[in-house]
Design a protein around this ligand. Structure first.
Ligand SMILES: Cc1cc2nc3c(=O)[nH]c(=O)nc-3n(C[C@H](O)[C@H](O)[C@H](O)COP(=O)(O)OP(=O)(O)OC[C@H]3O[C@@H](n4cnc5c(N)ncnc54)[C@H](O)[C@@H]3O)c2cc1C
Ligand code: FES
Length: 507
């Protein structure tokens, strides 16, 4: 049994009702099929339906239980430190498009919340990227300078309401935070009707572009003129997005805090081992959310340690009362810092994607929904060129290769040296890779002593999965697919489960 503090569920999911949309079971034909009901899919569906299109949103699990149900839900154009680098890499004009599009996404959410009176704990907040030590101060100062050049609401401050000293921070005024799942549930409830649909528990396996496109699900085929693949990392491999970005996993705790001790605003540290900090109102008062412990998916087995480090940070820095929640999730970081939004490949005319939000997908995911809706509606959008998903990107750069191949081959190779020889090597509560009859088996023994076995080979492109002890999942170090201990897929790009292996035959 885990002795970690807090309920192992995202606060956003725990504090909202379960959804119960039907799974797909008929012959449906729509203007636009949208695969995935996170912030990208739901925003695009909302805008397209408002513009008079019929849409079908197809979700493999439940609405907003993917990354958008596990985020920290800050909506801001302050993305830790990004603007000085963007100006250096792409020039001022392109950096300004990045700044303006993220600000526009923030204002889009604010306007929608106001217009539709969405009850989603939306509040305006200042956002800060802070340096604790003088070592990172120069980066912070340069970011202020770059942001001001681009017309962003930036300033440099030496003091914040954090209960510990800092060397300095970038402050952006008039940013926002919200309850991401309350917001998305409000929007999704307005989709069904007038020829539009929402399907849950319906996994899309493939999309074939044609006139019309065919969206092939595990429950039948849906036809659509256009398709948006909003599955976080596209489930279609043709665009090679899994090789142009890497999956970064991080951890969040929700701690009860006395309002008088709580910081005002949204914060993120800079430099190594940083934390992300905000508060949210809940039915009992105030929760302090602290995120951190980031690492590439599948490269840390003892993930309990990540939660313990966050708890130590919360207790020593904030004097919190209790830890009520803990959860984790992952996002894809693009190698050139820009998200990929647009056509799947240069050869596709009707299949669109959005990914690579680098942990800032509340603004970039909203912006993706806005941009993709414009592309489908034939409206000219000034952001389209910068984020073009088919642009040449450094996915074969030494850094890109190092991220994807080193992790996939060397690290896995090291682990394989320590493989167990028999299922009896797996102790209670443990997940372990075992070779049985020459086959690599991912084996987990539950608290009752029952063994759960499946193939250790990821069905996406054949890497070997790794155990994640806090989440009791098998995580693929190559491109971030995750599976539960029975091998059922939790996160793409894989659309298939790990192959089942009969433990009785193999023990
Ligand atoms: C720890 C952490 C904290 C973060 N905090 C912030 C923050 O404060 N602010 C910010 O701007 N960003 C933040 N982000 C990033 C942001 O949360 C994500 O970028 C964003 O939620 C991604 O949205 P999405 O719609 O692309 O993906 P998702 O929300 O994951 O939606 C994709 C949906 O597709 C479904 N799906 C997958 N495969 C299939 C299939 N085959 N068939 C049908 N459906 C499928 C999934 O079930 C899922 O519901 C954070 C990220 C992390 C990791
Ligand atoms: S996610 Fe690509 S091989 Fe596993």
């Amino acid at each position: 049994m885990s002795n970690l503090s807090g309920k192992a569920i995202s606060y956003w999911i725990d504090s909202t009702p379960e959804t119960n949309f039907p799974s797909y079971n008929s012959n449906v034909s729509v203007d636009v099929a949208i695969v995935g009901a996170g912030i990208v899919g739901v925003t695009a569906a909302t805008l397209l339906k408002r513009a008079g299109k019929t849409v079908a949103v197809i979700e493999s699990k439940r609405i907003s239980t993917g990354v958008s149900g596990h985020t920290t839900a800050k909506i801001t154009s302050l993305h830790q430190l990004v603007y000085a680098e963007l100006i250096k890499k792409f020039g001022e004009e392109k950096a300004r498009v990045y700044a303006e599009s993220n600000q526009a996404a923030l204002e889009f959410v604010a306007k929608l919340v106001e217009e539709e009176q969405i009850d989603c704990d939306f509040s305006r907040q200042s956002a800060y990227s802070y340096a604790e030590s003088e070592d990172n101060l120069k980066d912070v100062e340069q970011e202020v300078e770059a942001a001001l050049k681009l017309g962003l609401p930036a300033s440099f401050v030496r003091q914040t309401s954090l209960p510990f000293p800092i060397a300095g921070a970038v402050k952006f005024d008039n940013q926002a935070q919200f309850h991401s799942r309350k917001y998305l549930l409000h929007l999704i409830n307005r989709i069904p009707g007038d020829g539009s649909y929402v399907f849950e528990d319906t996994r899309v396996i493939n999309v074939e572009e044609d006139a019309p496109c065919r969206v092939i699900t595990d429950k039948g085929t849906i036809q659509a003129k256009d398709v948006i693949v909003a599955t976080h990392i596209p489930i279609l491999d043709q665009g090679l997005f899994f090789a142009k970005s890497y999956p970064q996993r991080s951890y969040i705790i929700g701690a009860r805090i006395e309002p008088s001790k709580a910081p005002q605003g949204m914060f993120i540290g800079v430099g190594k081992n940083y934390q992300s900090i905000r508060t949210t109102p809940d039915k009992d008062g105030l929760l302090l959310l602290i995120g951190g412990g980031g690492h590439k998916v599948g490269t840390v087995e003892n993930t309990e340690e990540k939660y313990q480090q966050l708890e130590n940070f919360a207790r020593s820095r904030f004097g919190i009362e209790s830890i009520d929640y803990r959860w984790s999730t992952q996002d894809f970081v693009s190698f050139d810092k820009l998200p990929y939004i647009g056509k799947l490949t240069p050869f596709n005319q009707h299949v669109y994607v959005a990914t690579g939000f680098s942990l800032w997908g509340m603004s970039k995911g909203t912006m993706s929904g806005m941009l993709l809706a414009d592309l489908i509606l034939g409206v000219k959008n000034p952001w389209a060129e910068l984020y073009d998903a088919t642009r040449a990107t450094p996915f074969v750069s030494p850094k890109g290769l190092a991220q994807n191949i080193d992790v996939g081959v060397h690290w896995v190779g090291d682990r394989l040296k320590g493989l167990g020889k028999s299922l009896s090597d797996v102790t209670t509560g443990e997940g372990k890779l075992v070779t049985v009859d020459g086959e690599k088996v991912a084996a987990y023994r539950d608290e009752e002593g029952e063994i759960h076995t499946c193939s250790a080979v990821c069905p996406h492109l054949g890497c070997v999965v790794a155990w994640n002890s806090a989440e009791k999942s098998w995580d693929c170090p190559c491109h971030g697919s995750r599976f539960d201990y029975d091998g059922q897929v939790l996160h793409g790009p894989s659309v298939k489960d790990l192959k089942k292996i009969d433990s009785k035959v193999r023990s």
